[in-house]
Design a protein around this ligand. Structure first.
Ligand code: ADE
Ligand code: ZN
Length: 350
């Protein structure tokens, strides 16, 4: 068995995925046609060629432009189902997906169209693949907190189908503390809380996410490693970090994959996971991300990453236990065969 095969068969959860970031250029063009919209690119290849980013803002500018082709409930359904179809083949058994309602309500698409379309796609994926999922309503941090409050109010009829609130978009200049009140309100409504922090922002932003937003999970968190006391705290509190290697590469958060901190995070006792962030823009889905960092990791690390993704999910304990047992079974059976030697993409031996 090759390392790639081992990764492919490993049961895992994806905990950091922006559903709008799974909009492949081909679907972008077909939705533009279906909705009679024009886009400023002549071809799929020309669009893909524009996916060349120097930082987070570069990416966000093109990502928000792309999301504008999503208009109807069917569009959101098709987008979600295409993602689930794709990752069911990657061994994903559960996914917790971000959606950015303000990206859509801001251009006149009702919250109901977005939420009902995504929920329909999620239900179809469960029927088709047995793949379960949850929604994370993510606030856009470049907008005022008052807009986040309005979004939370609009979401009220759907709160029983939303697992958590999140915080994304332009990090620098928009510290987590700006959203302390709305996160407190969301917590009061029984929602879990997650936030992007430490992707481009300093360790102080991670500290604010912990202390002011009272997060249950940290999205990215790379720059937390600059602060040893903060790193120790994250490890002690068993905080799950949703790390996104190919995103980090494409947004220049790391210089190259060889210097990606995922192995260091595991050695420091952090509960790190591997995720794709915006796979249509960053060159790969979840298993591409596992494979990208496999040369830095041991076989036990790969198993730990998959286990962390399941235990860091918002599934009830009995479902987590069932998935962890499936990992154990996989590791004992298929995973027990020796790996093929000489695999250039292989994992590190201990
Ligand atoms: N929105 C979509 N992807 C994002 C990322 N990696 N960081 C912040 N906001 C995002
Ligand atoms: Zn993200």
């Amino acid at each position: 068995m090759t390392v790639d095969d081992f990764i492919a068969g490993l049961p895992k959860a994806e905990l950091h995925l922006h559903i709008e970031g799974s909009l492949e250029p081909e679907m972008l063009f077909s939705l533009a046609r279906r909705n009679r919209l024009s886009i400023p690119f002549d071809s799929v290849d020309a669009l893909r060629a524009a996916y060349n980013f120097s930082n987070l803002q570069d990416f966000l500018d093109i990502y928000y432009q792309g999301a504008a082709v999503l208009r109807t409930e069917a569009d959101f359904h098709d987008l979600a189902l295409a993602y689930f179809d794709r990752v069911a083949a990657d061994g994903v058994v559960h996914a917790e997906i971000f959606f950015d309602p303000q990206t859509h309500t801001g251009r006149g698409i009702p919250f109901s169209v977005v939420a009902d379309g995504l929920l329909a796609g999620m239900a179809a994926a469960e029927t088709r693949h047995g793949l379960t999922s949850r929604l994370i309503l993510s606030f856009l941090r470049h907008l005022p907190e008052a807009d986040a409050f309005a979004t939370l109010a609009a979401a009220e009829p759907w709160l029983d189908r939303i697992a958590a609130v999140g915080l994304d978009s332009s990090e620098l200049g928009h510290p987590p503390g700006k959203f302390a009140q709305v996160f407190a309100a969301a917590g009061g409504l029984g929602l879990k809380r997650v936030a992007h922090a430490g992707e481009e922002g300093p360790p102080a932003y991670v500290l604010q996410a912990l202390d002011l937003l009272r997060i249950d999970r940290l999205d990215h968190g790379n720059r937390a490693l600059e602060d040893p006391a903060l790193t120790t705290r994250l490890a002690t509190e068993r905080m799950t970090l949703t790390v996104c290697p190919l995103s980090n590469l494409r947004l220049c958060v790391v210089d190259d994959l060889a210097s990606h901190p995922i192995a260091r995070m595991l050695r420091l006792g952090l509960r790190a996971t591997v995720n794709s962030d915006d796979p249509a823009y960053f060159g790969g889905y979840i298993n591409d991300n596992y494979r990208a960092v496999a040369p830095l990791l041991t076989r036990e690390d790969l198993i730990a990453l998959a286990r962390n993704s399941l235990s860091g999910s918002f599934l009830p304990p009995d479902e987590v236990a069932r998935h962890l047992a499936a990992v154990d079974t996989y590791v004992r059976t298929a995973g027990a065969s020796p790996l093929e030697a000489g695999d250039a993409q292989g994992y590190k031996t201990p």
